[in-house]
Design a protein around this ligand. Sequence first.
Ligand code: DP6
Length: 327
Amino acid sequence: MKASAIAPANIAFIKYWGKADPITRVPQNNSVSMNLSDMYTTTTVEFSETYDQDSVSFVGEKVTKDHELRRVSRALDLIREKAGSNLYAKVVTKNTFPKATGIASSASGFASLAVAGFRALDVSLEEKELSLFCRALSGTACRSIPDGFVEWVAGSGPDDSFGKTIFDVDHWNICDVVAIVTTEMKKVSSTDGHAIADTSPFYEARMSGLNTKLASLKEAMRHRNFESFGRIIEAEALNMHAICLTSTPSLLYWSPTTVAVMKRVTQARQDGLACYYTIDAGPSVHVICSEDDSKDVLAILNNIEGVERAVVNRPCRGAHVSEEHLF
Ligand code: DP6
């Protein structure tokens, strides 16, 4: 009744920002992401008659916050419901990176929880079903199930909104060098941010340009056209943050170091280094470059004051069962 799983975080090139339905987490638009090889979550789940309540702990943290426990417990309820079980569970989870700083810990966290939970209860699901299930736990988690580069198709409702591989792991050897800016947890969760996205006067403009942008991005990825790809993803990140800034209330996910990294990347590009940034709902900055340039980018990022550390990620497989248990 015990199982473990590993799931990667993912970085969005086209962002999910705004939901068509907040309960099922069906999004307003398709999004595209890449799995991150070195930023992942390992989760071990054990269901047992000896437990009289669910327990959740994060390795390296003494206390689990109430709202985190509630969200995991709700996810466990859905796993139990699907598996026809009424057993409580012990969950231990470990990230290779700080959570809630814009590195999609809810994606890798819930994807690993679902894969481990279903394995522990001996339920086997196809990739599509698993991705559909994860979407309802945390939208971006549905993109951490398939391998490589993933598109989450918004679909027309909860039964056809899921992530699928559009390019395999070895299609393109680009890197995401993540500048981790702070380990402090963000003040406004992305769930709360999604809920007010459409209060921005620019939200409609964002939506009207999205399909064209999506098609151009996939075309650039297909042909491995790095410059065209880079321009699109940087503009897209700024577009999403323009929505955040102009929502009511206004959301500013950046810190002074975030801005310093953005400026440094622009400078490096002017100096001839092909790199582009993107940012999720947090202060950390993801800098995308070729494998060959990743060492230079890493050195540049590690030299910026306020950057805690920088980590190189490559495209990788999606969530999978692991034989290494955390307890
Ligand atoms: C800013 O998946 O964290 O990272 O569905 O409410 O759990 P919930 O939101 P979440 O959304 C984060 C979105 C984003 C952009 C992206 O990754 O597409």
